[in-house]
Design a protein around this ligand. Structure first.
Ligand code: FAD
Ligand code: FES
Length: 280
């Protein structure tokens, strides 16, 4: 039996500085061993523990889609010890990836439905995975209308800018990108907070599922907007980012009530979250 605490070694192939304040970088990594690549079969919404030798590890959502072959993407905000070490690494360096961990967005159950994706800040990472997955040839027809509301503080803080532009050009996805404040008079995005833009743009809950991922304040004010439109708690899906240690249900660090966020989640419907103590 494999040791679940042992990470797979990966090499950093490319580092992209996502935001103008340089606080968020995307790491494109490739497995050193082809066997590890085969074992690492994941779905949008899952995460992995990234480790830096001698420093420790931390949970990071998988930003790539399983439809993108040959590499994994992780988008990392420089928060503390491990993420600062990651930010100090360069292309060619080796790090560890343990996973895939946790559950995933129920994309198979969402077939035939309209999908509303709502994201804010750097929590957009697993939403990128989901969008790329749904837009992949062969997958797009499985879903109805796809709408995205994505917000950041300003234009410089938006992630994946080239992809956002490409998605805005497509007719099979409705992109509603918004910034809290614009840096100039020619802002090509909406100006305003995510809940307000959601209220303007998402006007029907019929045959629809919403995936919401972002800072707590964004979720707090977006949830009533979706409820008003008619989304029931079963059709609102969220991803939690509780503090974690083992990521495999062994240490008890991440529990909310009787649920372990690392194994029962991080993806929950609002109906499920409503049965838990408000500790998340
Ligand atoms: C399922 C999951 C997915 C995640 N996905 C991403 C992702 O895609 N990109 C990303 O940048 N981050 C993500 N995070 C958050 C990331 O795990 C933390 O920022 C990271 O653990 C910080 O590690 P560190 O060693 O750099 O910081 P530390 O030195 O451990 O801590 C630095 C500061 O951050 C605080 N902190 C640490 N972890 C958390 C946390 N989970 N919630 C709130 N505060 C915390 C500490 O209290 C401290 O103040 C995710 C977390 C979870 C649980
Ligand atoms: S992180 Fe250890 S039980 Fe969830």
């Amino acid at each position: 039996m494999e040791n679940p605490y042992l990470p797979y070694p990966v090499r950093i192939e490319e580092i992209t500085i996502e935001t103008e304040d340089r606080s968020i970088k995307t790491f494109r990594v490739a497995f050193l061993n082809p066997e590890d690549k085969k074992r690492f079969s994941y779905r949008p919404g899952q995460f992995a523990e990234l480790s830096v030798a001698g420093m420790g590890e931390c949970p990071i959502g998988i930003a790539s889609s399983p439809t993108e072959l040959g590499f994994l993407l992780f988008t990392v905000f420089k928060a503390g010890v491990v993420t600062t070490q990651l930010h100090n690494m360069t292309e060619g360096d080796i790090l560890g990836v343990r996973g895939p961990l946790g559950n995933w967005y129920p994309l198979d159950e969402m077939e035939g439905k309209n999908v509303v994706i709502i994201g804010g800040g750097f929590a957009f990472t697993t939403l990128r995975s989901t969008i790329v997955y749904m837009l992949a040839p062969g997958n797009r027809k499985r879903f109805g209308e796809v709408s995205v509301v994505y917000g950041a503080q300003n234009e410089g803080m938006l992630l994946y800018k080239d992809e956002l532009s490409a998605w805005q050009e497509r007719s099979d996805i409705h992109m509603h990108i918004t910034v809290d404040c614009s840096d100039g008079p020619f802002c090509k995005y909406h100006i305003g907070f995510v809940p307000g833009i959601t209220e303007q743009k998402i006007t029907s809950a019929e045959n629809s599922v919403a995936i919401i991922c972002g800072p707590p304040v964004m979720i707090k004010f977006t949830q009533p907007v979706l409820e008003k439109v008619g989304f029931p708690p079963e059709a609102m899906i969220m991803s939690l980012e509780n503090r974690m240690k083992c990521g495999i249900g062994m240490c008890g660090r991440c529990n909310v009530g009787a649920e372990y966020v690392c194994t029962d989640g991080p993806v929950f419907t609002l109906a499920e979250l409503n049965t838990l103590p408000k500790e998340y």
